[in-house]
Design a protein around this ligand. Structure first.
Ligand code: CS2
Length: 501
């Protein structure tokens, strides 16, 4: 009979041989890192680098305590606890083979919403030296229209009035740092792992804006003591599916929430830490003086490329990124977008040949074993596009570059937000915090072609640029008359080829 072994510490050495397991002594690990936002990406990226580091070094300082701020994080916390914080990272190669690797660097989990004060105590503990974050692009309370902290949020107002029982990220960080300061402890480093250009600088700016309102003396201390390294993070990590769980079970292991990812991984970090750090350079991370060219390259090629495929692909009826790449029209379109609209505004990147980088991206996107769902890619587009695509368009508009290929993506996003179906009428699974607002603006398009662009918190000043709005109006009109996104892509590609021939 086929027996299934439950993944936990006791069973770690009884797993099938095909499972690679941690060999270091987990029982000795202290949590030098508290990570807020234990989603798939943290578990495929930082936790994996740290697992490599712990295996290589004798260090006991750098275990990770996961932390969730919301009730919705209870499920991952409960599962991790049940598995002694172990989980399988399933690395999926393009040739179909996969490695099952059990990650051991997570050693604890705190659900902060259960007891905010215990959570800030944990952050203020002498053991905690780094607080890292994956709180998503939208989690920073950054308003693209004002370029400043968005105080217009009930949790922010709650945290300003109730510093000791915070609900949102900056309330927790401020209270924890207040406790550390009172105890005379050194500050921790705050390390963002989200896809935002200058993610460290933005985190600093947002935290200081919040702290200045709540406690100006604390704000001063934070400005002097806390370091916020900027970093570029990269590893494609699709959502875990029931099939992934079932496949592990067939191999004899019960893991209630594994993570899948591609083999490629990259982490480029500026070396500014307040209170020590693991020697991640010994396990492949790269420390640089200035991460700007790397993050621009990654966000404006990879993340933007994803959004281009995600929105066009969704209304065309594709389901996954590799499905898009297998369609020559979509593969050419995204590469054209990268070459003609994104690359001209990128600075040269030390040690990287951009042509090779882009070809490698197309190959990574095409990994048929990854099946990265377009619903994940389009998730929270209202936070992603202002970081991934709109800045490229703004720069091109200022410099006289092309914005046509991106304009069709915005037109597709308008149709997607308005109608919520693909070309065959199949309902799309739209997940966005401001889904209703997006729908509200987009649904006026048939009366006013520019209606969608009037959503200033997303599009900023894009609507002021006539070169773009002229192109966009033509595109939405065609799209609304006859939803054939492939035909529009064809037309643009052929015009574009002629123009650049
Ligand atoms: C994706 C990213 O969310 C998205 O839209 O582009 O999650 C992407 O897969 C990662 O940044 C890869 O490093």
């Amino acid at each position: 009979m086929n027996t299934t072994i439950q993944l936990n510490q006791k069973n770690l050495h009884n797993l099938p041989d095909s499972f690679v397991v941690p060999t270091y002594d987990r029982s000795k690990l202290k949590s030098g890192i508290v990570h807020i936002g234990v989603g798939g990406f943290h578990r495929s990226h930082e936790a994996c680098y740290n697992d490599d580091f712990l295996a290589l070094s004798e260090s006991t300082e750098w275990g990770i305590c996961g932390m969730g701020l919301r009730e919705a994080d209870r499920k991952i916390g409960d599962i991790l606890k049940q598995q002694d914080y172990l989980y399988t990272l399933i690395v999926k190669h393009p040739d179909g083979h996969q490695e099952n690797r059990v990650i051991g660097s997570l050693v604890d989990f705190v659900l902060a919403s259960d007891d905010p004060s215990a959570a800030t105590d944990r952050l203020a503990d002498v053991q905690t030296k780094i607080v890292s974050l994956t709180i998503t692009e939208g989690g920073y309370h950054f308003n693209s229209a004002t370029n400043a902290f968005d105080f217009d949020d009930s949790d922010v107002q709650h945290d300003l009035a109730n510093p000791q029982s915070p609900k949102m990220i900056f309330g927790f960080l401020a209270e924890a740092l207040r406790k550390r300061r009172a105890k005379g402890l050194p500050a921790f480093t705050i390390q963002s792992c989200d896809n935002i250009q200058h993610n460290g600088d933005i985190t600093r700016k947002m935290l200081l804006a919040f702290a200045e309102k709540q406690d100006p003396e604390l704000a001063q201390w934070i400005a002097e003591e806390v370091r916020f390294p900027n970093a570029m993070v990269d590893r494609i990590t699709p959502m875990t599916t029931l099939q992934d769980i079932a496949l592990l079970k067939e191999e004899g292991v019960q893991d209630l929430w594994p993570v899948t990812c591609e083999p490629f991984t990259q982490w480029i970090i500026e070396d500014h830490f307040s209170n020590g750090r693991p020697a991640w350079e010994s396990v492949g991370a790269q420390f640089v003086q200035d991460v700007t060219p790397y993050e621009l390259m990654k966000i404006r090629l990879l993340n933007a490329g994803h959004s281009v495929l995600g929105l066009l692909g969704s209304i065309h009826g594709h389901a996954t990124i590799d499905g898009c790449i297998a369609d020559p029209l979509f593969a050419s379109y995204v590469r054209r977008f990268m070459d003609v609209e994104a690359t001209p505004i990128l600075a040269p990147v030390d040690g990287i040949n951009l042509d090779e980088y882009k070809s490698a991206l197309i190959e990574r996107f095409g990994n048929p074993n990854i099946k990265d769902n377009l619903a994940r890619i389009c998730l929270e587009s209202s936070s992603k596009l202002p970081k991934f695509i709109i800045p490229t368009m703004m720069e091109n508009l200022e410099k006289g570059g092309s914005t046509k290929l991106a304009a069709l993506v915005i037109a597709a996003w308008c149709y997607y937000s308005d109608k919520g179906v693909d070309k065959d009428g199949v309902a799309l699974d739209i997940m966005d915090d401001i889904k209703l607002e997006l729908h509200d603006y987009a649904s006026k398009t048939e009366q006013d072609s520019l209606a969608f662009l009037k959503l200033e918190s997303v599009f900023g000043e894009l609507i002021q640029h006539k070169t773009f709005t002229d192109e966009y109006v033509g595109m939405v009109k065609t799209l609304y008359t006859n939803l054939d996104i492939a035909a529009q892509m064809h037309t643009l590609l052929s015009e574009d080829q002629l123009l650049t021939a």
